[in-house]
Design a protein around this ligand. Sequence first.
Ligand SMILES: [Zn+2]
Length: 113
Amino acid sequence: MSFIIILIILWGTWRLFTDSIDLAMDAVPKHIKLEKVHDFLSSQTGVEDIHDLHVWAMSTTQVALTAHLIMPKGFSDELISELQEALKNEFGIAHTTFQFENEKIEKECKTDC
Ligand SMILES: [Zn+2]
């Protein structure tokens, strides 16, 4: 009988356990494909390229993102809101931080950045 109870507890907590390990390791959450997020951001109007894309879980339910977007023609508050909304809807990423850059800045960047 107690064996069955142990199994039930294990079954119920395994997911939380593996999520906690991922959280401790700063891993990209399993339900999010980094490549898809990269492609999605790259395909946005005015975005020439992106780099330094990071996606990680802030908790077992909340996901954060940071990215550098190359936007030589500039950006607007409206665009930021649209990106935030789209990332939330498409990938469930609720916390986003963007850095906007000109192509020029990137050319001066000599290291892996
Ligand atoms: Zn950069």
